[in-house]
Structure formats: structure tokens, C-alpha cells
Design a protein around this ligand. Structure first.
Ligand code: BGC
Length: 366
């Protein structure tokens, strides 16, 4: 049965979920503490934060949280997006080094294009923290702070299987795969994590990828752009799902691409497929509550930014970074010591509970 209509009606039932700014909390510590003569730095130092493009709401939220949190901690934040692309981000990092930033936090557009800039930062004594996305092929990175990307993929793969069993009856099922942008170092662990769960079910015939597009390269979505995912899905639907061929499920790496794929499926006149996502974006949370999008992932940006700022305070005091993983994130030159946070899967069943304390998304029943 098609559920599009009832779902749209249900959307109205949710309270306002605007991407509200969140208040800066008072932070103790670093502002008043003296710099460590041995290896720390001035308590009021400049801190650079190089953000990528605004490809999802988590990045927009991070900008404000870094500005507020770093100011509260007594630092001078230089927080910049690079909407113009890789060259702009390279120039911004160079400028941050010139402006005397003591730590540079990098959310890379292209994790393998920053080697020269990060080497210059390292040579100038700047500590480099890769934020959310790993930077590749350089030893000029001191720490990686992120939600565990491979785990995100595993949760997405499992959610797809659970959703198919719950909403599409007994298998076998027809599915399609979508991956993130190939320049983002996260896209591979997301995809591989998901495939680690799905592959046995592909091998035993429970899942069929009707288009035959099974590789990361075939499934990738340049620039994480919704329009690219939608176009690809349009082509797949007209080429492989003509007539009564059912599309039961779609692995989508994030919410933006999930919504784009759902638009393509809806326009093709097909039933709502079980579809995964990530980021807990406002529109997707509404869709999950309404029973359309099946799942998303909650990676609380507040937690990730706060953890990153805690690490900057440690560096300011001349202390070592706090690390909880020293094996998982090999960037091609070194295994980058990491502080990893646990992502959470969210479906209609647990959405109210997961977002209960989130100032942007909860409470859902208001
Ligand atoms: C982030 C995802 C996000 C994607 C697109 C990734 O690097 O980890 O949360 O969906 O970028 O912005």
C-alpha cells in the first residue's frame, strides 16, 4: 500500500523543529589558566576551525557551537566555511596559520587535498585536529575526533534489514545502494560498515541489487548533493524498475540523500521503500515519525563540538589529547589517534526517547 499521502498529513502533527541556535553554556577552566611554558600556549589564543560546505545541518550547527564554545573558553575563534570548494579551504587554513592559530580544527571537503597546508601548520607548531572527517595521506594530524563512521554504516545496514522484515514481509527483497561523496574520507567506512552487514544477505539471495550497481564508485554521490542522488535514482528506476518490479529498500548514507531518493521513488509512482539515513535532520525526523523514512542516525553535534573544545583546552595546558582508539583510523601515512563517540540508530520506535533532551529536535510530542 502506498503511504505517501497519510505520511504528509501526519507531518503536521509535529511541533516546530526549527534549527534553533543553542545557548552557549558557561565553561570553566581555560580562560583564566596560565599558558604552559613547556608546550602549552596562551589561554586567549586564536583557534582555527575550517568547516567544509553546508552539505548537512550538522555542519551549520557546528559553526555556531564552535564560535560560542571557543569564546566561552576564552579563545579567539576563527570559524570558516569553504563553500567555494577545496582551494578556498586550502587558502583559509594557510591564513589561519598566518594569523597565529595554535590549534586548527579541520572538517575537510577533500581529506586528501590538505597535505601542503597541514604540513605548514605542523611546521609552525600548530596542533591539527581532524573533526568528523579524517584527513588522509599526511602525518600532520594529531588527533581525530568523530562519531565512529564504520559503526554508523553497520547501524544503517542493520536498520535496512530490520526495516525490510518489519515493513515488507518475507524476502527476497530488491534494494539499491547509495554512497556519499568519494572525496569525503567518511564515505568509505559508512559504505563498508553497511556492506559488512548486508553482504551475507546479498550472497545468500535475500537481497538483490537490481541495477547491478554494487560498488562504492557506482553508488557514490558527488558533493553529497541531493540532486545527484535523485538523478541517479531516476535513471535506475526508469532503467530497472519499469512495470511491477518492486523497490523494497534503499541504503542511503544520510538524510539529505534519503529525501532526494524518496522524491525520485515517489515521482516514479512506486511504494515507499525502507530507507536509511543519518544526521537527524529536521525534515527527516518528521518523516520518520510519520512512518516514511525508516531510520536516521543521531550524532549529537553539541557533544562532538564540546569534546573537541575539551581537547583544545588540554593542548592549551600543555597536556596530551584524550584518546580512546589507536587502531581504527589509518590515514595512509599513520594511524591517527582518535577520540570516537558512539552513534545511535533512530527509528519511529525510539525517536521520542532519543531526542527527548535535544534542544533542536525534542521533545517530539509537544
Ligand atoms: C558527515 C555526515 C554528513 C556528510 C554530508 C559527513 O562527513 O559525517 O554526517 O551527512 O558529511 O554533510
Amino acid at each position: 500500500m502506498k503511504k505517501w499521502k497519510s505520511a504528509l498529513v501526519a507531518l503536521g502533527a509535529i511541533g516546530a523543529l526549527a534549527l534553533a541556535g543553542c545557548g552557549s553554556s558557561e565553561r570553566d577552566g581555560a580562560a583564566e589558566s596560565p599558558s604552559d611554558a613547556a608546550s602549552g600556549f596562551d589561554a586567549g589564543a586564536a583557534i582555527g576551525v575550517a568547516l567544509p560546505q553546508k552539505t548537512s545541518e550538522n555542519w551549520v550547527l557546528a559553526e555556531q557551537l564552535f564560535n560560542d564554545g571557543l569564546k566561552d573558553a576564552g579563545f579567539k575563534p576563527i570559524v570558516q566555511f569553504a563553500n567555494g570548494g577545496v582551494t578556498e579551504q586550502q587558502n583559509q587554513i594557510d591564513a589561519m596559520v598566518e594569523q597565529g592559530a595554535k590549534v586548527i580544527v579541520v572538517g575537510a571537503i577533500d581529506g586528501s587535498q590538505l597535505g601542503t597546508q597541514l604540513k605548514a601548520a605542523k611546521d609552525a607548531g600548530v596542533k591539527v585536529i581532524a573533526y568528523d572527517r579524517l584527513v588522509k595521506n599526511t602525518d600532520a594530524v594529531d588527533l581525530y575526533v568523530a562519531f565512529d563512521n564504520f559503526r554508523v554504516g553497520e547501524l544503517q545496514g542493520q536498520a535496512l534489514l530490520d526495516g525490510l522484515a518489519a515493513r515488507k514481509g518475507a524476502g527476497p527483497y530488491n534494494i539499491e545502494l547509495i554512497a556519499g561523496s568519494s572525496d569525503d574520507a567518511n564515505s568509505t567506512p559508512f559504505f563498508e560498515g553497511a556492506l559488512s552487514i548486508l553482504q551475507p544477505k546479498i550472497d545468500d539471495g535475500t537481497l538483490t541489487i537490481v541495477s547491478g550497481q554494487t560498488s562504492f564508485e557506482q553508488a557514490a554521490t558527488q558533493g553529497w548533493k541531493g540532486e545527484n542522488a535523485q538523478k541517479r535514482m531516476d535513471t535506475i528506476l526508469s532503467g530497472f524498475y519499469a512495470g511491477d518490479t518492486k523497490l523494497d529498500g534503499i541504503l542511503s548514507p544520510n538524510d539529505t540523500l534519503a529525501r532526494a531518493a524518496l522524491t525520485a521513488v515517489q515521482q516514479a509512482g512506486k511504494d515507499v521503500p525502507v530507507i536509511t539515513g543519518q544526521d537527524s535532520e529536521v525534515e527527516s525526523v518528521k518523516s520518520i515519525v510519520a512512518g516514511v523514512q525508516y531510520s536516521t542516525i543521531y550524532k549529537d553535534t553539541r557533544e562532538l563540538v564540546a569534546k573537541t573544545i575539551d581537547q583544545i583546552k588540554l593542548a592549551q595546558q600543555g597536556q596530551d589529547f584524550e584518546v580512546n582508539d589507536t587502531t581504527s583510523y589509518d590515514n595512509g601515512v599513520k594511524v591517527v589517534p582518535a577520540y570516537l563517540l558512539e552513534p545511535k540508530i533512530v527509528t519511529q520506535e525510539n525517536a521520542a526517547e532519543v531526542y527527548a533532551n535535544d534542544p533542536t529536535l525534542g521533545p517530539l510530542t509537544k
